[in-house]
Design a protein around this ligand. Structure first.
Ligand code: NAD
Length: 493
């Protein structure tokens, strides 16, 4: 049998032991078919370790564990105590923050400071939803003196959760938080590119005192374990974050199996709009952060940048200078802003978009090539004079590639901003409150930022219009994804 632990080392943690099995019923176990797969360090292209691969059988085992916990111990724990357990998990994640961040950096390639930021957000999200656990309430509804009517918000049951590789631990917290607060149990599948931080967190679930089976974490591939989750007959709800193409597959699998409830957090091609009257230095900082944060691997990346004609030339020159300041390199260097892309596949996808931008006649202002000759690093890239019909303006690139275009007036830019199948996020930079509000109201996007970018917060709902998704994560809104409403009508004597 393949080993269930591995010895690893990172520049900031020294040596440590990581579990590599599937976390089911609070124990690490080998996959039923004995398969493993390699996890690659995107900075060096070397294998970090092998982890166990979940197949359909393992999904069945994990679902059975989650069902047993849902009907047994978890249903008997009062809401307040659910909240206490969630807070304990948050405390333990905080105590182990440096280890979790280091594991995230080595596996995903994000800079250690961004990984630390992710872990802090994980802790905050778990605490926030821990606070909700004893505030899930129904209503009494006055209909007739001869009847008593009330509603209950009950948990949905066993939830399948499938997460991506761009924010591995944070996406786990966004999914665990509302599911646990509302009394559900979970089978979560990590992305095959980045399973390690969830495995580092898993022992803390047991240590916090969660009953076995409440939170199960499996590592495996989308087409096998992910597909088994979305078509499983005993999973009551599936929550997914990832590509729009896979989102469609998941919805079809849910429809073709037991009509499990579906929430989807999908792709985007978000417009970032800069008006003539914006504070240009501020705007450039936010535009830079909007597209290059997390190496452009953000569903809400501000990848379509529309700049009003009066400042266009000045903006391009200043944006070039700003992008060239971004430190690209080893994620473990404290000053690094941009590490490698997550995988060879993503590197190749992004470079093919860069080629298509060049072929279609957009102007490369900076970048446009690989950075260095080892690891999946790509230069921060700016294309200017990009027309609306070019591939780089229409499709999600998911890399450090900005497409910039000029606009004349507010009506034109609203039309351009809305000219997309996506509708996840948008931003507008202006000093005029009327412009800010008119544009924010007119854009068909789940989030609009004014004079900032990526200002996400666990208290604020996040999710997509159009093909960017179904449902909202974060905030009170996410709780509705994990409860179902029951009406009770009692006839009085
Ligand atoms: P993906 O959608 O294939 O993977 C995301 C998750 O879905 C992973 O856990 C994967 O194992 C799982 N999955 C894949 N196929 C599945 C299936 N048939 N059934 C169930 N689960 C399945 O994303 P990717 O291929 O890693 O990246 C491709 C593109 O997706 C990226 O270039 C980017 O545009 C987009 N993406 C978006 C997000 C986001 O946050 N919205 C995250 C990652 C990737």
């Amino acid at each position: 049998m393949s080993p269930l632990t591995v010895k690893l080392s990172t520049p900031i943690t020294g040596n440590f032991t990581l579990n590599t099995g599937l976390f089911i019923n609070n124990e690490f176990v080998a996959g039923a078919e004995g398969k493993t797969f390699d996890v690659i360090n995107p900075s060096t292209e070397d294998v970090i370790c092998a982890v166990h691969e979940a197949t359909e059988k393992d999904v069945d085992i994990a679902v059975a564990a989650a069902r047993k916990a849902f009907e047994g111990p978890w249903s008997k724990i009062v809401p307040q105590d659910r909240g206490i357990l969630m807070n304990k998990l948050a405390d333990l994640a905080e105590k182990n923050a440096e280890l979790l961040a280091a594991v995230e950096s080595i596996d995903n390639g994000k800079s250690i400071n961004m990984a630390r930021g992710d872990v802090a957000a994980v802790v905050a999200t778990l605490r926030y939803y821990g606070g909700w656990a004893d505030k899930i309430e129904g209503k009494t509804i006055d209909i007739s003196p001869d009847m008593f009517h009330y509603t209950r918000n009950e948990p949905i049951g066993v939830c399948g959760q499938i997460i991506p590789w761009n924010f591995p631990l944070l996406m786990l917290a966004w999914k665990f938080g509302p599911a646990l607060a509302t009394g559900n149990t979970v089978v979560l599948k990590t992305a095959e590119q980045t399973p390690l931080s969830a495995l580092a967190l898993a022992p803390l679930i047991k240590e916090a005192g969660f009953p076995p089976g409440v939170l199960n974490i499996i590592t495996g591939f989308g087409k096998v374990a992910g597909a088994a989750i979305s078509s499983h007959m005993d999973i009551d709800k599936v929550a997914f974050t990832g590509s729009t193409a896979v989102g469609r597959t998941i919805m079809m699998a849910a429809a073709g199996s037991n009509l499990k409830k579906v929430t989807l957090e999908l792709g985007g091609k978000s417009p970032n709009i800069v008006f003539n009257d914006a504070d240009i230095d501020e705007a450039i900082n936010w535009v830079n952060f909007g597209i290059y944060f997390n190496h452009g691997q953000c569903c809400c990346a501000g990848s379509r940048i529309y700049v009003q004609e009066g400042i266009y030339d000045k903006f391009i020159a200043a944006f070039k200078a700003r992008a060239e300041e971004n430190k690209v390199g080893d994620p473990f260097h404290e000053e690094t802003f941009q590490g490698p892309q997550v995988s060879q596949l993503q590197f190749d996808r992004i470079m093919s978009y860069v080629k298509s931008g060049k072929d279609e006649g957009a102007t490369v202002i900076t970048g446009g090539d690989r950075h260095g000759n080892k690891g999946y690093f790509i230069q921060p890239t700016i294309f200017a004079d990009v027309s609306q019909d070019m591939k780089i303006m229409k499709e999600e690139i998911f890399g450090p590639v900005a497409a910039v275009a000029k606009f004349k007036d507010i009506d034109e830019v609203i039309a351009l901003g809305n000219d997309s199948n996506y509708g996840l996020a948008a931003a507008v930079h202006t000093k005029d409150l009327n412009t800010a509000i008119r544009v924010s109201n007119a854009l068909r996007a789940g989030t609009v930022w004014v004079n900032c970018y990526n200002a996400l917060h666990h208290q604020l709902p996040f999710g997509g219009y159009k093909e960017s998704g179904i449902g909202r994560e974060l905030g009170e809104a996410a709780l509705a994804n994990y409860t179902q409403n029951k009406s009770v009508a009692i006839k009085l004597n």
